[in-house]
Design a protein around this ligand. Structure first.
Ligand code: NAP
Length: 308
């Protein structure tokens, strides 16, 4: 049963090479342009696939994301309702993501933002309290959020999590969906690691900021879908937020005329918090292809009802 790989935004050549190697001759992989018998395809491997893809794959049973997120798949109205969807879960994703978040948290906690300004002004401020007192809140205590929480604890941070269902992560206070206010009132650094679903669209906006402690920090490493740029700028202006460390934006690349570029309290990275490692993803994808052919469930299966 051959596989199809499709993306409108990724260079697929190294992926195809890696998948062929992993298949070791036991199956063939096609791109859209090479597809002669679309009815043969049971597994589609995608990242921002072309909109008409599923109209041409009548027998697809498994759709594999090339990364951790599946919003690019779930938003497709042509996605067949009973098709299985899998994503990548790996320490090769959670490790670099946690390192990125730790870097952002420590940057603010050790006041590096302030020392950059001091350097520009040639000012020497030797403080006797050189650390900010931080309590970290992680929105989305899933694969990535839990890894970050577990790495923050040994560094001495108090850690709170917010998720749909109550979590039992040693040392972490877990709040659920209707306890958002309590969660926000307990923290002064908010890290967003939520999936992009209709329920999380625009969540990082004025109503949420109005429940945060004054002078809090925001780190968004999930999706631009979650954030309202204008509300972040407003929250920085009125002092609700002291800084925003943003890896993702509603429009990417961030347009050159966005006021975010000029804002001194916005730190911008170009959606690179973590990039999927092919060595981690390919064995999972190929194994799931054969699992589904054998009538088994794929690993790291997405809950179609929840949308992540
Ligand atoms: P995950 O394991 O599915 O975890 C998602 C967490 O969010 C779960 O704890 C879930 O709660 C919670 N959640 C979902 N909807 C919620 C809601 N409406 N209210 C409260 N909590 C909610 O996902 P993951 O592997 O940690 O990845 C998270 C996201 O990171 C991905 O979806 C992707 O968009 C993003 N990401 C970004 C980058 C980057 O480079 N910037 C890289 C990789 C991933 P329950 O467990 O109770 O259901």
């Amino acid at each position: 049963m051959p596989l199809l790989i499709d993306s409108t935004s990724k260079d697929l050549s190294p992926w195809i090479e890696g998948i062929k190697k992993e298949l070791n001759g036991s199956d063939r992989i096609f791109t859209w342009g090479e597809l002669e018998n679309p009815e043969e395809i049971t597994t589609a491997i995608v990242w921002n696939h072309r909109p008409e893809l599923f109209s041409r794959l009548p027998n697809v049973r498994l759709v594999c994301s090339l990364g951790a997120g599946v919003d690019h798949i779930m938003r497709d109205p042509l996605l067949p309702p009973d098709v299985l969807v899998s994503r990548v879960v790996s320490p090769y994703l959670s490790g670099p993501m946690s390192n990125f978040c730790l870097g952002a948290i420590l940057y603010y906690q050790r006041k590096f933002d302030q020392y950059l300004i001091d350097k520009k002004n040639k000012e020497w401020h030797q403080e006797f309290n050189p650390e900010r007192n931080f309590t970290i809140g992680i929105m989305g205590l899933g694969e990535l959020g839990t890894d970050l929480a577990q790495k923050l604890l040994p560094l001495g941070f108090d850690v709170y999590g917010w998720s749909q269902s109550r979590k039992h992560v040693e040392g972490v206070t877990s709040y659920v969906a209707d306890e958002l206010e309590l969660f926000l009132s307990s923290i002064n650094v908010l890290v967003c690691l939520l999936p992009a679903t209709p329920g999380t669209k625009g969540i990082l906006s004025r109503p949420l900021f109005s429940k945060m402690n004054r002078g809090s920090y925001l780190i968004n490493v999930a999706r631009g879908h979650h954030q309202v740029n204008e509300d972040i700028l407003e929250a920085l202006k009125d002092g609700t937020l002291a800084g925003a460390f943003l890896d993702v934006f509603p429009e990417e690349p961030l347009p050159a005329d966005s006021p975010m570029w000029e804002h001194p309290d916005v730190f911008i990275t170009p959606h690179i918090a973590v990039v999927t490692k092919r060595e981690a993803a390919i064995p999972q994808i190929v194994a799931n292809h054969f699992r589904v052919i054998a009538g088994e469930e794929p690993e790291n299966k997405v809950d179609r009802k929840k949308g992540y």
